[in-house]
Design a protein around this ligand. Sequence first.
Ligand SMILES: Nc1ncnc2c1ncn2[C@@H]1O[C@H](COP(=O)(O)OP(=O)(O)OP(=O)(O)O)[C@@H](O)[C@H]1O
Ligand SMILES: [Mg+2]
Length: 316
Amino acid sequence: MAELALHIDGLTKSYNNGKQALKGVSLDVPAGSFYALLGPNGAGKSTLINILADIVRPGDGSISLFGHDLFADRAWCKRHMGVVPQEVAFDPFFNPREVLKITSGMFGVKPDMTWIDELLGRLELTEHCNKNTRQLSGGMRRRLLVAQALVHRPPLVILDEPTAGVDVELRRRLWDFMRELNAAGTTILLTTHYLEEAEELCDHVTIVDKGTVVADRPMRELMRDVAGRYLWLSYGDDFVLTQEDEVALSAFQPRTNGKGVSLTLRHVEGAASSFHAAYEAAVTRFGPPQDAGVRQEDLEDVFIRLTHENDDKVNA
Ligand SMILES: Nc1ncnc2c1ncn2[C@@H]1O[C@H](COP(=O)(O)OP(=O)(O)OP(=O)(O)O)[C@@H](O)[C@H]1O
Ligand SMILES: [Mg+2]
């Protein structure tokens, strides 16, 4: 089996107010992966990350990092991971370079000024280096947090919404940097609400909802097996889908909005999809369409479907 950067088994957490934020979450992050932990607001993502960061006390369950038990061997684990929590307050009296020097000391490493300057450059903070942290904007603070998590060059980096409030251009460059780190061997686990970016960057996705895992798959597999494809055929305003039509096309789960018909395409092993069969079936039934197109569900569609299915199953 591939080496695991992070192994979490049956993790639970109830807050003092009785809120059960994690109801037995298990996940395995292979070393070298770019891993997305996704979920709607309140799903339990930050709770899990804050347990890793020693900010929140865990309930039951076990966690190990590269085979080292987190709770038995905190010091070793701290040196081998960098965590960017969702919310943090900086000491307002220091500037970014000083913050990074202090952070190095906290990890027990001698500040590597070459690496610190490179981090400041890559996170586009060099020109803000002489400001106190209280003078930094929200986006700059988030980037400084990312720099802090990387200052001791940990093999596992855990980022809780690293790009929240970061503008689109900078976000792109930040992701490029993450991609480079990952290519050089760093394992990255992140949460984000930018699902398009998660789909593009991450090779594995775990979706949590209300404290439980609802999907845990390699990104490619999830998109291949769970993301639907639809053939849409337009027939004009007075289109009606009769019950006989529904029976005739039942293999494609036809749906209509009164202007045409949408047919579900299935993944067929060895073929692109059931596109031809669906198209032929519709033309046989309704004649040639005025227009047609294929729509592929993206991660956002899959995410919404999976987290809504969970609505009935689990109490909030
Ligand atoms: N300190 C706390 N005391 C009580 N309940 C808490 C506390 N922190 C979080 N919760 C609750 O635990 C649940 C999980 O919250 P958490 O912050 O882990 O969610 P999240 O997945 O990170 O959400 P978001 O996407 O909004 O950041 C929520 O219902 C939240 O209200
Ligand atoms: Mg959160």
